[in-house]
Design a protein around this ligand. Sequence first.
Ligand SMILES: Nc1ncnc2c1ncn2[C@@H]1O[C@H](COP(=O)(O)OP(=O)(O)O)[C@@H](O)[C@H]1O
Ligand SMILES: [Mg+2]
Length: 272
Amino acid sequence: MEVPVGDSVLSLTGINKRFGAVQALTDVHLRVDAGEVVALVGDNGAGKSTLVKVISGVYTPDSGEITFDGKQVAPRGPAQAQALGIATVFQDLALCDNLDVVANLFLGQEHTAGPILNEVSMEQEAWRLLRSLSAKIPSVRIPIAALSGGQRQTVAIARSLVGAPKVVMLDEPTAALGVAQTAEVLNLVERLRDNGLGVILVSHNMADVQAVADRIVVLRLGRNAAEFRTEEVTTEQLVAAITGASDNVVTERAQRSRFTDRSTDAPGGSDG
Ligand SMILES: Nc1ncnc2c1ncn2[C@@H]1O[C@H](COP(=O)(O)OP(=O)(O)O)[C@@H](O)[C@H]1O
Ligand SMILES: [Mg+2]
């Protein structure tokens, strides 16, 4: 399939979001192209989930612009975002354990023929979606409870594809998974990219990020701290950007001397 690489499908500029006394996001920008995986990384509290929720319409930003598919948008809620073409796989997946794969894929967006569910059409579409992910699910008629963690993640990702989105966001999709299942989910992320989607992958696992991301955006304390092309960055550099250790040599020194200046500027300072 011919994939239009390099077209920015989603871009955010000047995003601010405050919760009471906490400035969760300050002047944040982010861009993802069609056929690109952008990893969003950062320490706990860096603002990753808040940014995902701003994009998916769970939160309204205090200011800033979201441009999707060439138009300015302001999604109100995940359903509206998904209808626009911005799908999100939240960390808790929100699958119904007692329902089968087909029922979960089309929950709330069932195919119907008049008052009757069109099970045949949903089952065919389920297989089509799973095939597009090269997913290993034995049957679409088994309950979610019978699936492994990796297979559940697969179903959640397949569900995000109902309605043919252009951007998919995944919040910590491998956090609860073992090595083999993590590899399976990373393969799915690559399939999404191969299918021309823009993918935003939130993760704190540097190995995962370095395995699949094209670009890595680092948030720290609610701000853009650094951005790298994956092939141009080492794990050490990433960790340093996440923790702010890379600031130490330069910024911290500058800050120390600023504090020193300030103390000499204070009333009664020894400046004169
Ligand atoms: N609903 C909320 N109410 C108040 N503070 C929040 C809320 N959501 C997030 N925060 C705060 O915003 C900051 C960023 O949080 P979050 O986006 O969850 O970070 P991350 O996902 O990178 O760990 C944190 O200081 C967090 O405590
Ligand atoms: Mg989070």
